[in-house]
Design a protein around this ligand. Structure first.
Ligand code: AKG
Ligand code: FE2
Length: 307
């Protein structure tokens, strides 16, 4: 569906001006839209995952660990695909108001692509460099978006998600390869120099707030040196008429599940070309490993991290 077609359908939870702001700026922040009951369940499920990680000493298909993770002092970068490792994360994705808000932005038929729980641990949780998501998982159109749920309050000190307004309109998409042709998963300094980074908006908010950014929107997040962690629960959802056309190496269990509305009879194709990722049919290196330039072989051993 086109933005015009989506906007012509009555919204479920957003106002028309919120939807227009998303299409115009490439993102929207919904403060405290998720109720305390869900937040409690999500916090408990997150604690359970952290508990499970104490038995893990090396990153694997579920847990992406910081190098100094210890059983008595866990430090996680990410839980990959939480929606398939704890039922609460799938329930939240299917039964809460979150996918209804997404339906107001992608159209009534909503499809799941993948999920991840990014921690940004207290005192050293890493920066995520400026990048856009769609060239990690190209689709036939640009409806995919990623919705982040803050399960605790997130202020500037915790390394909130930052977005560059209107960067989704940049055409053609900028490269995420270096000069030698290696995939780096983030923008080059010379391209960043052309952007006005002073216009970046940092999406801080209380627990229960949602960040929604389009798959073309340039975003990143600063390091967290504060005393508080910043777990951000992320779901990538798409219009049902958007179909991925490159290998999804992580094969999420719920990939392509319809979570609102119905399956599409036809794919919708956006004519604007998409930058293609490397061939990941042989394995995948997480955005953290890539951006922190960890040893490639070691990073391959830590399969699992999602995009
Ligand atoms: O955790 C964050 O702050 C952002 C992560 C992100 O953009 C990604 O994983 O694609
Ligand atoms: Fe991203």
């Amino acid at each position: 569906m086109t933005p015009e077609q989506i906007l012509a359908i009555s919204p479920r939870v957003l106002t028309q001006s919120q939807r227009e702001a998303y299409f115009s700026d490439g993102y929207i922040l919904l403060e405290k839209i998720i109720g305390d009951e869900w937040i409690k369940k999500l916090r408990d499920a997150t604690e359970e995952m952290i508990e499970r990680s104490r038995k893990v000493s090396k990153s694997d298909t579920i847990f992406d660990l910081e190098p100094d993770h210890r059983p008595d002092a866990p430090r996680l970068r990410r839980v990959s695909n939480p929606a398939e490792h704890h039922p609460v994360f799938w329930d939240y994705c299917t039964k809460s108001v979150m996918p209804d808000a997404v339906a107001d932005l992608v159209g009534p038929d909503v499809k799941f692509h993948h999920s991840k729980l990014n921690f940004k641990w207290k005192k050293g949780g890493e920066e995520v460099k400026w990048h856009y998501d769609i060239s990690f998982w190209p689709h036939t159109n640009y409806s995919p978006l990623t919705v982040g749920t803050y399960i605790y309050d997130c202020g500037m000190e915790q390394g909130p998600l930052g977005v560059i307004p209107k960067s989704q309109l940049i055409e053609p998409l900028l490269t995420q390869y270096d000069d030698q042709g290696n995939w780096v998963g983030c923008l080059a300094d010379r391209d960043l120099a052309k952007l006005d980074l002073s216009k970046a908006v940092y999406l801080t908010g209380p627990a229960g707030s949602l960040t929604l950014h389009n798959c073309r929107t340039i975003h990143g997040s600063p390091r967290n040196d504060s005393d508080l962690g910043r777990p951000l629960l992320l779901y990538t959802l798409t219009s049902a008429d958007a179909f991925p056309y490159t290998v999804n190496p992580i094969k999420p269990k719920h990939d392509q599940a319809i979570i609102r509305g119905k399956r599409a009879a036809f794919a919708h194709h956006d004519p604007r070309p998409c930058l293609i990722p490397p061939d990941w049919s042989g394995g995948y290196t997480s955005i953290f490993s890539l951006q922190q330039k960890e040893d490639a072989a070691a990073a391959r051993g830590q399969t699992g991290a999602t995009m």
